[in-house]
Structure formats: C-alpha cells, structure tokens
Write a protein that binds this ligand. Structure first.
Ligand SMILES: Cc1cc2nc3c(=O)[nH]c(=O)nc-3n(C[C@H](O)[C@H](O)[C@H](O)COP(=O)(O)O)c2cc1C
Length: 173
C-alpha cells in the first residue's frame, strides 16, 4: 500500500469526454517502442508510425497493432491482408516522424517489395512480415491480429516513446 505522502502526488480521474487529456497522460506513463507499419494499398506503398504494436503469442507466432479509426490511412491498414511491422532503432526518429505525417514518405529510404507486394524498409531494428488473421473492434481504434511469417532483426538500441516524447532506453536501471 502506498503511504500518505505518495497518495498526495498521485492524480486520479474517471476516463470520459471531459478527462481525455488526463487519461492520455496516464496511458503515456506506459513506455513503448515505436514502429512503422507498411502495406500495399490502392495508391501504392503506404506506411504509418504506430506504437500500439504488441506481441501476442509465440506458438503460433502472433502479434497485434491498432490503427486509429480517425486516420485517413485506417481503411487501407485495417483491411490489409498482408503488412509488415518495422521496429525503430534509437537513430530512426526522423523516419518515424515522416511516416507519422505522410503515408507515402518512402522517398530517400531503402526499401523493396516482398512476395505479397508489402514494402519492406531496410535498416530497422526488427521487421515482422505479417498475414492478417483477425480484425476486432476497439472503440476509436481497430485491432488487427496477425501471424508473423518472417522475423528479421539486427543488434542495436530501440527508439522509445513515453509521455508524448521520443527517448532512449538506458540500461541498467
Ligand atoms: C509515436 C507515435 C505512435 C503512434 N501510434 C499510432 C497507432 O498505434 N495507431 C495509429 O493509427 N496511429 C498512430 N500514430 C499516428 C499516426 O502515425 C498518424 O499520424 C495518424 O494516424 C494520422 O494519420 P492520417 O494523416 O492518415 O490521418 C502514432 C504516431 C506517433 C508519433
């Protein structure tokens, strides 16, 4: 149990329309990695920066991520049969910024298509080529569960995102 001194600097809200900012602030305490998700779409190769990626299962090899329904890229990503998740390294903030703003920001990046016409970005810390298995409703987001058909990775430190800011993972604690 926290003692009285800790309670005095905790904040607490019931999430709702009037406390969206505070709820986001609380969620932002959960540090995540940062990924760029790519797929082939009606307008060609498409990418989006996402931190909702999570591992789900080792056997079978499953992952999930959550495209936001408000995004103009939602339809292409929610419906995609095949896509790739690229986990960003500490030195890849710029490319994550670019794909956050612009889904077609492939210029100047090193990439090629896989057998399913999914654009694969080179140089990321890890890459998961995926086939969509299930789509779920998740409030203002969709939830896409997918099977990983190939995993690729290199050595290096991850880019980290927490409380609205990019940062670095420092070890040991
Ligand atoms: C660190 C970070 C994490 C993000 N995570 C997600 C995510 O998990 N899902 C998502 O749909 N958008 C996420 N976004 C927002 C998208 O990258 C994009 O900016 C947003 O969907 C607007 O897309 P639009 O220009 O197509 O409307 C994230 C952005 C940043 C910077």
């Amino acid at each position: 149990m926290p003692d009285g001194s800790e309670i005095s600097y905790m904040q607490s809200v019931t999430p709702g329309p009037d406390t969206t900012r505070e709820f986001r602030d609380a969620l932002g305490r959960f540090a995540t990695g940062v990924t760029v998700v790519t797929t082939n779409s009606e307008i060609g190769p498409l990418g989006i920066t996402a931190n909702s990626f999570a591992s789900v299962s080792l056997d079978p090899p499953l992952i999930l991520w959550s495209p936001a329904r408000f995004s103009r890229r939602y339809g292409a990503f929610f419906e995609a049969a095949h896509f790739a998740i690229h986990v960003a390294g500490a030195d890849q903030k710029d490319i994550c910024d670019r794909f956050s703003r612009d889904g077609t920001a492939f210029d100047g990046t090193d990439w090629q298509l896989n057998d399913h016409n999914v654009p694969l970005l080179n140089g990321f810390l890890a890459r998961f080529e995926c086939t969509t298995l299930a789509r779920h409703a998740g409030g203002d987001h969709g939830i896409v569960v997918a099977e990983v058909t190939r995993a690729t990775w290199r050595k290096g430190a991850p880019l980290v995102f927490s409380q609205g800011q990019f940062g670095h993972f420092k070890t040991p604690v």
